[in-house]
Design a protein around this ligand. Structure first.
Ligand SMILES: [Zn+2]
Ligand SMILES: [Zn+2]
Length: 207
């Protein structure tokens, strides 16, 4: 039985304890999933229905989440880090397995710019020297299915300069600087995560 997503979400959020911590199946909404890793791929298997998915509704008690129009929203902060006309990208190790910019979920009460700086350092080893907010004054809600179950994210996006040499993290398989033609090629091949493609279009980096 597949529930309509709004009904599924209402059920999941109603079952969320006061600690706001818990894991629920992305398919049936039942509490309790087991993380499985095989061949470098991560799945969450439901203890109730048995479905294994690279996604689960995961609540850690810290990340901001809310319902809007029946949909679950998370807040993200990320940076388009640029150097000598090139853009920093990495290939994700976990869902979605595509190229992305350093970004992560914003915790309740946290400053998005501080969260962005932390993510850049954690995911690439670079230290942000200068940053300016992109799309200032706009509410940037992008379709962006994440491994923690939300399909939509409110994005805080910065353009940044950062110091250091990019290194791999437990989130990335490959990291590097991409020139304009390489970025356009990744976009054309559908190899960028959806919100990053939208952000790059907004910046005029890709058509
Ligand atoms: Zn299930
Ligand atoms: Zn999310």
């Amino acid at each position: 039985v597949t529930l309509p997503r709004t009904e599924l979400l209402a059920r999941v959020l109603a079952a969320l304890p006061e600690s706001r911590r818990g894991d629920f199946c992305i398919a049936c909404g039942a509490p309790g999933v087991d993380r499985e890793e095989a061949g470098g791929e991560e799945n969450f298997r439901c203890r109730a229905c048995g479905v294994a998915s690279p996604r689960a509704f995961h609540f850690d008690g810290k990340a901001r989440h809310w319902l809007e129009g029946g949909e679950l929203l998370h807040e993200s902060a990320g940076a388009v880090v640029r150097r000598d006309g090139r853009t920093l990208l990495f290939l994700r190790r976990r869902f979605p397995l595509l190229w992305t910019i350093p970004a992560g979920h914003v915790e309740e009460g946290a400053d998005p710019e501080a969260e962005m700086r932390r993510e850049v350092e954690e995911e690439t080893g670079l230290v942000v020297a200068r940053a300016r907010r992109l799309f200032s004054g706009e509410r940037v809600v992008l379709e962006d299915p994440c491994r923690r179950g939300a399909d939509w994210h409110l994005w805080n996006v910065y353009e940044a300069e950062a110091e250091g040499t990019p290194r791999l993290s437990d989130e990335s398989r490959v990291v590097g600087w991409f020139d304009g033609a390489e970025v356009r090629d990744l976009a054309r091949r559908g190899a960028l995560i959806r919100p990053v493609a939208a952000i790059f279009r907004g910046m005029g980096l890709v058509p």
